[in-house]
Every structure is written in structure tokens, then in C-alpha cells.
Design a protein around this ligand. Structure first.
Ligand code: ACO
Length: 370
């Protein structure tokens, strides 16, 4: 018995931008981007919102519309929990999950967001599985919990809204999209066998993005001050200093964009991915030989190549979806998972690993039986 993935879906915005088109914005070229990252094009949400993308992915996962993979149709009233993993919600309140709950009419569900950057879907899946298992367990207090039998876990991002389009080091990497999965408690099937999630402190601020609070603050330390409202938030420079963006903001660079030291993140990511896979496999009580395929975070094909080498597996053991999506943060793993199901790579009974790493630093992996 366990929480089983019974549906998956994905959604991409309409606009596709090829590598060479980015030459109009920065000094780059297709050859550099392709050889360093494996990315050929990315999708950019011009008119689509985070909720538009998440809704379409969820509809597929619920079996309401064509695309993705769904064992059967799940009715709106059957979903007890919605978790949306995102760093780019359309609004702060309500949550992205709350908007999806409203749009899909999931009236019985509780809904909240998870922010664990690119690992968000793995964290979301882990939280959902834990809540479902807790609800199904016989331990004292189980009867007093929210009964949760089915969960919708979504990863949805408009990462290109946090992209500095004049920084060639980062802007070529990112894209938008959404992916979703439906988890259901099943007495007969094993479902999720293990999960491993972990945080490391990104002490050198290798990957950061500030908030750009812009509401005038009519206060100084003595109380109300109309002059202070015009002067801007006095706490922001301290925050900028804490995450290492002070000098960049002072130099006129935008505040609310992703700043990344690529090589440092690369080093962290390559190690974190192999560690998470090994730990999750060990916790599941299996070996990699029992696994049909790995669906990794699509950040850079070279990171996947490095992990493949370390894990002693060929590249075709890994689902690769990066070429036409770029790095879409929390949306990346569920989108690649939907691709793997659609391409027939995952069959009933197969053991599969989903694995990710991201800002924070966060990382993690989940092993499940399809
Ligand atoms: N086009 C052409 N040249 C470029 C570009 C570009 N788009 N970007 C950088 N360069 C140049 C650099 O300026 C540098 O030139 P220099 O030697 O003259 O200074 C040269 O290319 C090499 O740059 P590196 O940074 O050393 O390139 P590297 O091989 O490390 O690749 C990359 C950079 C792709 C960013 C890589 O480090 C990477 O993928 N890092 C991990 C990113 C990641 O996985 N992020 C995941 C988390 S993202 C999130 O959580 C939202």
C-alpha cells in the first residue's frame, strides 16, 4: 500500500524562442548554448499566467483533457489537497494552489504553495505523500487529521519574469511551463517507496533572487514620516547585502532577477543529484539495477551527463526534455515526468526516480513504483 501517481500532465506557453534569436538581446550564439547546456529553445509566457499553465497541466493529470497520462478521470470533489511548487506565483495572496483550487472547482481541497526553488516538485510530492500516509495510518491522532486520500501536486513557473534579459550568463538558461501529478492512496500498490529531501546553506549566495517590495513606507524609526515614504524601504539594502546583491543593485542592475554563479551551482548540482539518487534508492531498499529510468531536473544536460557517469548509467537511462524547454525550475521535473509517461518509458510496476536540485540550496529525490 502507498501513495501512487495515477496521472501526469504538462503545459507550455505558445511562444518558442530559438537560441540564435537571443543574439538580438545579448552576445551569444546557438553553438555556445547548445554545447554548454543542451538547450536549443525555450518557451516564454507572454500572455499566459502561472495559473493558466498550472491549470492546463492539472486538467491533463486529472484526466479531464487530452495529453499527459491519466489512469482514469478524477472528479473535482475527490481531490483533498493541492500543493503548488513555485517561485513565481501570479499573486502573493491567494496562493498559486488556491487559484488552481478555485479554477478547477476543487471545493474539498486544502491548498498551499511550496517554495524550494527547482526542487519544489520533489518537496511538494514528499509533503503530499507524508500527509496522505499520516491520514491513512493507525497512529494516535490520525483520526483527528484532515482525511487526505488524493492530492494534486503542481510545479508551475514563469521563470522568465525573474530573468535579466541583458545578462547572457543566465538569460539563455530559463523557460516557462507547468507540470502536474495526481497522487492517490492505494491499498494494493506500493506507489512512493522513499523520499530524500535536504537543505544546504548557499553560503556564498551562488543563486539568489530578491523581492522588489515597492509599496511606499510612510514610517521612520520615530513613527509616521511622509519624507520616508519617498525615500524607499530602508531595510532593503540590508537584505541586498545579506544575499550578496548590494553592489549589483547599487550599480543599477534590477533587484528582482535571478543572480547566479553558474560554475558554483554546477558543482553543487552535480554532487547533490548523485547523493539524492543514492540516498533515496538506499531508503527504498532497492538498487539502481531495479530502476527503469531517472527523471531529473532539466537544468543543464552536462549536469545530467556528470551524474550519469558518477552513477554508472548511460544517458538513455535519464529522461531528457531540456532541449526545447530550458530550465523551468519547479515545473521542470513534472513536465519531464509527463514526457516520460507520454513516450511510454514508464510502464505499470516500473520503479522510477525523480530528482532535483535548486536555489537555497535544496535538493531531493523520490523513488516510486508506477
Ligand atoms: N553565450 C556566450 N558566452 C557566454 C554565455 C553565453 N550565453 N554565458 C557565458 N558566456 C561566457 C562567459 O562570459 C565566459 O567567458 P570568459 O571566459 O571570457 O569570461 C565563458 O562563456 C565561460 O563561462 P562559464 O561560466 O565558465 O561557463 P560554464 O561552462 O560554467 O557554463 C553555465 C555556464 C551553463 C551557467 C553552467 O555553469 C551551469 O549550467 N551552471 C548551473 C546552472 C544551474 O543548473 N542552475 C540550476 C538552478 S537555477 C534555479 O534554481 C532557478
Amino acid at each position: 500500500m502507498g501513495s501512487t501517481i495515477i496521472g501526469c500532465g504538462k503545459s507550455l506557453p505558445a511562444l518558442e524562442v530559438e537560441n540564435d534569436e537571443l543574439k538580438a538581446l545579448v552576445d551569444t550564439n546557438d553553438e555556445w548554448i547548445t554545447t554548454r547546456t543542451g538547450i536549443k529553445s525555450r518557451r516564454i509566457a507572454v500572455d499566459e499566467t502561472n495559473a493558466d499553465l498550472g491549470e492546463e497541466a492539472a486538467r491533463q493529470a486529472l484526466g479531464w483533457t487530452e495529453g499527459g497520462y491519466a489512469e482514469r478521470r478524477i472528479e473535482a470533489g475527490e481531490i483533498d489537497l493541492v500543493i503548488c511548487a513555485t517561485v513565481t506565483p501570479d499573486v502573493v495572496v491567494p496562493s498559486a494552489a488556491g487559484l488552481l483550487r478555485r479554477r478547477l472547482g476543487l471545493d474539498n481541497a486544502i491548498a498551499f504553495d511550496v517554495n524550494a526553488a527547482c526542487s519544489g516538485f520533489i518537496y511538494g510530492l514528499t509533503v503530499a505523500e507524508t500527509m496522505i500516509a499520516a491520514s491513512a495510518s493507525n497512529v494516535a491522532g490520525a483520526a483527528g487529521r484532515n482525511p487526505i486520500k488524493r492530492a494534486l501536486v503542481v510545479g508551475a513557473e514563469r521563470l522568465t519574469r525573474l530573468t535579466n534579459w541583458s545578462d547572457r550568463n543566465t538569460c539563455v538558461l530559463f523557460g516557462d511551463g507547468a507540470g502536474a501529478a495526481v497522487l492517490e492512496w492505494n491499498e494494493e500498490r506500493a506507489g512512493i517507496l522513499s523520499s530524500f529531501i535536504v537543505n544546504e546553506d548557499d553560503i556564498t549566495n551562488a543563486l539568489t533572487c530578491a523581492n522588489a517590495f515597492d509599496a511606499p513606507q510612510p514610517f521612520d524609526k520615530d513613527g509616521i514620516s511622509l519624507e520616508a515614504a519617498a525615500a524607499g524601504d530602508p531595510a532593503l539594502p540590508r537584505t541586498d547585502e545579506e544575499i550578496g546583491t548590494h553592489a549589483l543593485v547599487e550599480a543599477g542592475r534590477p533587484r528582482q532577477v535571478l543572480y547566479m554563479d553558474g560554475p558554483k551551482v554546477f558543482k553543487f548540482a552535480a554532487e547533490a543529484m548523485t547523493t539524492a539518487v543514492r540516498q533515496a534508492v538506499e531508503r527504498a531498499g532497492i538498487t539502481l539495477d531495479d530502476v527503469a529510468c531517472i527523471v531529473p531536473h532539466q537544468a543543464n544536460e552536462r549536469i545530467i551527463k556528470y551524474a550519469a557517469k558518477k552513477l554508472g548509467r548511460p544517458m538513455d537511462f535519464f529522461q531528457l526534455s531540456i532541449a526545447h524547454t530550458g530550465n523551468s525550475s519547479a515545473a521542470s521535473v513534472p513536465m519531464a515526468l509527463a514526457d516520460a509517461y507520454e513516450q511510454g518509458r514508464i510502464q505499470r510496476g516500473d520503479k522510477v526516480i525523480v530528482v532535483a536540485f535548486g536555489g537555497g540550496f535544496t535538493s531531493g529525490a523520490v523513488v516510486f513504483e508506477a
